[in-house]
Design a protein around this ligand. Structure first.
Ligand code: SAM
Length: 287
């Protein structure tokens, strides 16, 4: 069908095993290749501009705020007064934008593909909003696993904003990588990773959850519906070294949110807690 975008099958699944969105294209804005992946920017009728890497949608103009607010504010509010943050991946700049809303000292971003940063700055300026230039930001071009090995007890929060496990990001889903994340975090450290959609990628959600549980004493899944990813709810998985994620006082999160005057469109202290309530069938399947 002409002028429709069909997303490729997600990693480890055949196209027959899943459902897909068909998105009507307004205009193809950019298509090119980097050393690591195919990069496309497409303007669509229902979702505005979308960023597509190797055939898979990474973000859409209309709902990127849901993904970026959740992956950023959950860990940054779980952690009391974070100062040093690391983002792995995140070349579009959305997670960086949200991180800089906090009174942090510095944020490191390590992205393997410089071209994603350049293309995003040029064609998706509404995502990064010039934050790459902010003085608290340090950008590194390289592999997240290699980078993190150089740090021990250093970061308060680590955010893994990577592509799904294909190509260069496969290593970012390994137990070995989570052990390095644990080491790189300080003693109260918190991490979060995007963990895929519940319907089509459940085996991945479960694997991430179980792998993280072998490394971190406290692990929790949060959910959000992000239309551009289709297939129902999307998951984020949090790992914590010391903060007991089950025993957080809602009043504490509310107070920090107010104190730092966080401006959000999706995330709220109430969503912080409601997003962690899993349906019964899912609790069962995770056992
Ligand atoms: N919102 C997203 C999604 O749909 O999953 C993530 C988007 S973000 C653009 C993902 C980034 O992770 C990509 O730009 C990709 O180049 C980067 N990435 C993949 N593997 C990486 C690695 N090993 N180290 C650092 N960055 C990596």
């Amino acid at each position: 069908m002409k002028n429709w975008f069909f997303e490729k099958a997600i990693p480890n699944l055949r196209i027959e095993e899943t459902t897909k969105l068909a998105i009507k294209i307004k205009k193809k804005i950019f298509s090119g290749r980097s050393k690591y992946q195919k990069i496309e920017i497409i303007d669509t009728y229902p979702l505005g501009r979308i960023l597509v890497l190797d055939g898979i949608i990474q973000l859409s103009q209309v709902d990127e705020f849901i993904y970026h607010e959740m992956i950023t504010h959950l860990p940054l509010l779980y952690y009391p007064n974070p100062k040093k943050v690391l983002i792995i991946g995140g070349g579009d700049g959305g997670t960086l934008r949200e991180t800089l809303k906090h009174p942090i000292k510095e944020v490191y971003l390590v992205e393997i593909d410089k071209k994603v940063i350049d293309i995003s700055k040029k064609y998706l300026p509404f995502v990064s909003k010039n934050v790459f230039r902010e003085r608290r930001v340090k950008i590194f071009i390289g592999d997240g696993l290699k980078f993190i090995k150089n740090y021990k007890n250093f970061f308060d929060v680590i955010i893994i904003d990577s592509t799904d496990p294909i190509g260069p990001s496969v290593s970012l889903f390994s137990k070995k990588f989570y052990q390095e994340v644990y080491r790189a975090l300080n003693k109260n450290g918190i991490m979060i990773t995007q963990s895929g959609t519940l319907f089509a990628q459940f085996s991945q959600v479960k694997k991430i959850f179980n792998n993280l549980k072998t490394v971190f004493p406290f692990v929790k899944i949060h959910l959000a519906t992000i239309p551009a990813y289709g297939e129902g709810e999307f998951s984020f998985t949090v790992g914590s070294k010391k903060v007991n994620l089950e025993r957080i006082n809602p009043a504490v999160i509310k107070n920090i949110y107010k104190k730092i005057n966080l401006k959000t469109k999706y995330y709220s202290p109430e969503i912080h807690f409601s997003s962690a309530i899993l349906p019964k069938y899912l609790e069962e399947k995770l056992k």
